[in-house]
Design a protein around this ligand. Structure first.
Ligand SMILES: Cc1cc2nc3c(=O)[nH]c(=O)nc-3n(C[C@H](O)[C@H](O)[C@H](O)COP(=O)(O)OP(=O)(O)OC[C@H]3O[C@@H](n4cnc5c(N)ncnc54)[C@H](O)[C@@H]3O)c2cc1C
Length: 245
């Protein structure tokens, strides 16, 4: 029953992402057609810097719908079910998650939170509990199978005793606007540590691939210039009350 580490890999993103957003921006103000603007941008007839400059300006003015035309697809592994439950609360996205019905958890991997991992007596208790749950899960599956309840029918009921710590794997696709919202909420110090790790990894990739959209992305305080979290603030930005008093 090994421990798991979070991994985030970019599977794909919209091709010619900058040109797509640039053409969408230009379409709003041009009597030309986005198709021609896009083709020119892709051929390099409109310099990349010019495309980026317009995209930055439009996004800075709050017109974020233009970046909905570009999506990123990530494969994520080594995260807990506790983490994936938070991830899938972000509704403007598509998900495909490893099933605990179709995939037998007879050797489940798990995530140990750092606070527990660094305290030997808690780590020992945690690991012992995982082993006990594994034994109980295997016993339930075996007993159900003996009675003819097999495969997914056995797994779907035995999984009720699996912990939040269980590793899961998930594919997520979000458009850039949803990603900006996701980073604003989940890169914030108030977010849970594990989803923050995932969000920061995704942000690193997005910044590298599409800086004109993501260079200023991150916790919501980055864009607001203040922290709206009141007494829960981490202190890296002045509080909203201080800025607006
Ligand atoms: C620090 C932190 C603590 C949290 N604590 C809790 C908690 O205790 N309990 C809990 O249940 N959740 C909690 N959440 C989850 C949170 O409430 C959101 O469900 C989650 O962050 C998804 O955000 P979202 O709705 O903005 O994203 P998405 O679902 O991706 O939505 C994106 C945006 O679309 C719009 N939108 C989407 N759906 C609707 C709709 N139906 N109607 C109107 N507008 C819509 C909104 O503008 C929304 O911001 C917490 C989140 C964080 C970051």
């Amino acid at each position: 029953m090994p421990q798991a580490q979070p991994k985030v890999k970019l599977l794909s993103m919209t091709p010619h992402a900058l040109a797509v957003i640039y053409a969408a921006c230009r379409q709003c103000y041009s009597d030309g057609w986005a198709d021609e603007i896009f083709a020119k941008a892709v051929r390099g007839e409109i310099p990349k810097e010019k495309q980026e400059e317009l995209v930055r300006r439009v996004l800075a003015s709050g017109h974020e719908s233009v970046c909905e035309h570009v999506s990123f697809t990530f494969a994520i592994s080594g995260i807990s079910r506790a983490c994936s439950h938070q991830l899938v609360r972000h509704r403007i996205a598509s998900y495909s998650q490893q099933s605990q019905r179709y995939v037998k958890a007879d050797d489940f991997h798990y995530i140990i939170p750092p606070t527990i991992a660094k305290r030997p007596h808690l780590k020992e208790l945690f690991e012992k509990t995982m082993q006990q749950l594994q034994v109980a899960y295997n016993e339930i599956v075996t007993a159900l199978e003996k009675e003819g309840i097999k495969g997914e029918k056995a797994h779907q009921d035995a999984r009720f005793i699996l912990p939040n710590a269980c590793e899961t794997r998930i594919v997520v696709t979000m458009n850039c606007r949803s990603l900006l919202n996701f980073f604003a909420l989940r890169c914030c110090e108030r977010a849970q540590w594990e989803i923050r790790v995932v969000a920061n990894e995704m942000l690193k990739i997005c910044k590298e691939k599409l800086p004109a959209v993501f260079e200023k992305a991150g916790p919501k305080c980055e864009r607001l210039g203040y922290c709206p979290e009141g007494k829960h603030s981490c202190g890296r930005m002045p509080l909203k009350e201080e800025v607006f008093k």
